[in-house]
Design a protein around this ligand. Structure first.
Ligand code: PA5
Length: 426
């Protein structure tokens, strides 16, 4: 489903030097002996997921599809980016099918929040609130606002049937609320952290409601799980990628830029930024993940990439066969000088832009580039890709001797904010 070329970043000789390290870490992942080992539930999740819960989820999702204009998904971080990235990647940016999926609770922005609430006033909408802790402020505020609006519109009883929650099995304010109100509730297992949860109900509920084949996503992840659990460094693409990152980090390239040529993939870059940034950025270590969408950003950041500080390497996610295509028409007068492209597809132009840019960056700019080629973007491939990156992330973080599954740094801003907001105990 995918291929990865790391040859511009690291040689086979250098890859081979990682053999012992990879052997040790792969064992640590499988036997759950490394730091944060109680958060490795995602490793076997593609085969261990709760089959009954999935059937219930598919039923509820069908109910949402058949009965609502809009599903509002309230969540942030790992409780948002997986679904958002998959939704964009699979449905595109201008999807008009029902229900429309709107994301809320990922911001305190009064402008965005007020506009969404206003838009919902005359829509038949359902709510999917997602929070593992059940106490995240952005999500909780959004849910309170949405719940109030819905109850005002349709009454408490009808609202109860239109709210679907994903949260911890037993803990948190959201769980208490769900028990009290009797909402249909799905579990984010204890041993899976937010940014590793895209293949759990966190990602699967909103995606199934959007009409995505979530069983195919799980199948893709199953294939990846089987394929990457080995230490054959000639063939294991996942670990070859992890090694290339570590090599860059140790050779003065502290910034990894995820590059796509499809705007609908840019949220995958956001998901990757969270996955790697929050997993590795600790103890004054870690690559800084950043992203760009080409050719758009070649007209802005392109200058820096080509000629600026030589601190970055690229990991390019390239799709071989787009789901849609457009042919460039010819005109009689050729006033815009484009007839040399008449009859050509935009996919061809995009491919030439990719090839030309790769050469410019690698050869002229001296920017090392990994290329991940995706045959075609579909649900199965995406499930495979998510698993590929999660496993690569665990391997990479353990190479840095870091716990990939905690995020102690994000608590500090919260404490300051709660103090300023006057929350009790802060
Ligand atoms: O990866 C993580 O753990 C975080 O990004 C969380 O997903 C994010 O903070 C949201 O947390 P919660 O699901 O508890 O609302």
């Amino acid at each position: 489903m995918i291929k990865i070329d790391v040859s511009n970043v690291i040689s086979e000789q250098e890859i081979a030097k990682y053999q012992d390290k990879v052997q040790t870490i792969n064992k640590m992942i499988n036997e759950r002996t490394g730091a944060g080992n109680d958060f490795l539930g995602w490793v076997d999740w593609p085969i261990n997921y709760d089959k009954e819960e999935l059937e219930r989820l598919l039923k509820d999702a069908k109910y949402v599809r058949e009965n609502f204009d809009v599903l509002v998904v309230a969540g942030i971080g790992g409780s948002y980016l997986g679904a958002k990235s998959a939704y964009d990647a699979l449905k595109g940016m201008k999807d008009v099918s029902k229900p429309e999926i709107i994301f809320m609770g990922q911001t305190f922005s009064p402008n965005y929040t007020a506009q969404v609430l206003d838009y919902l006033k005359d829509k038949k909408f359902a709510i999917n609130v997602i929070s593992k802790s059940g106490t995240t402020t952005e999500t909780s505020i959004a849910f309170r606002l949405l719940k109030n609006l819905l109850e005002e519109k349709v009454g408490k009883e009808e609202a109860r049937k239109s709210i679907f929650a994903v949260t911890d099995r037993a803990r948190g304010a959201l769980k208490t609320l769900c028990n009290q109100e009797g909402y249909s509730t799905y579990v984010l297992p204890d041993d899976i952290g937010g940014r590793y949860s895209v293949l759990t109900p966190v990602g699967l509920f909103p995606l199934a409601a959007a009409g995505v084949d979530v069983k195919a996503m799980l199948e893709g992840a199953q294939e990846a799980r089987k394929e990457f659990n080995n230490t054959d460094l000639k063939n294991n693409m996942c670990y070859r990628y992890a090694i290339s990152r570590d090599y860059m980090y140790r050779h003065n390239h502290p910034v990894e830029m995820y590059v796509t040529y499809e705007p609908q993939m840019s949220q995958i870059s956001e998901w990757l930024k969270q996955l790697f940034g929050e997993s590795e950025g600790k103890e004054k270590k870690g690559l800084l993940p950043t992203s760009a969408t080409f050719s758009t950003d070649l007209h802005s950041l392109g200058q820096f990439i080509q000629d600026g500080s030589p601190i970055l390497f690229e990991t390019i996610l390239k799709i071989d066969n787009p789901n849609y295509d457009v042919t460039i028409p010819s005109t009689e007068d050729d006033l815009d000088g484009l007839n040399y492209l008449a009859g050509k597809k935009l996919s061809f132009v995009n491919e030439m832009a990719f090839q030309g840019t790769l050469k410019a960056h690698e050869v002229d700019g001296g920017v090392p580039c990994n290329v991940i080629t995706i045959e075609r973007m579909d649900a199965k491939t995406l499930g495979y890709l998510y698993y590929f990156f999660m496993r690569a992330c665990a391997m990479s973080a353990y190479m840095l001797e870091i716990n990939p599954f905690n995020q102690p740094g994000v608590e500090i801003y919260k404490k300051n904010m709660f103090h300023l907001l006057g929350k009790k105990g802060y």
